[in-house]
Design a protein around this ligand. Structure first.
Ligand SMILES: [Zn+2]
Length: 56
């Protein structure tokens, strides 16, 4: 099984919605929910903000 990419994205990996996270206080490892599709995302980088799908 291939490892998932950990570099992440500034858009929702599921629906590709721009998350517009600028101005939010987010910590690496924190999870958020996509405002468009409600999928759970995990912050993997703060500056720039990058997210990946939260697997659990
Ligand atoms: Zn989404």
């Amino acid at each position: 099984m291939a490892r998932p990419p950990e570099e992440g994205s500034e858009r929702c990996p599921e629906c590709e919605s721009d998350l517009e996270l600028d101005g939010y206080e987010l910590d690496v490892g924190e999870t958020i929910n996509c405002p468009e599709c409600s999928i759970e995302l995990r912050i993997v980088s703060e500056n720039p903000t990058r997210v990946v799908l939260a697997e659990e």
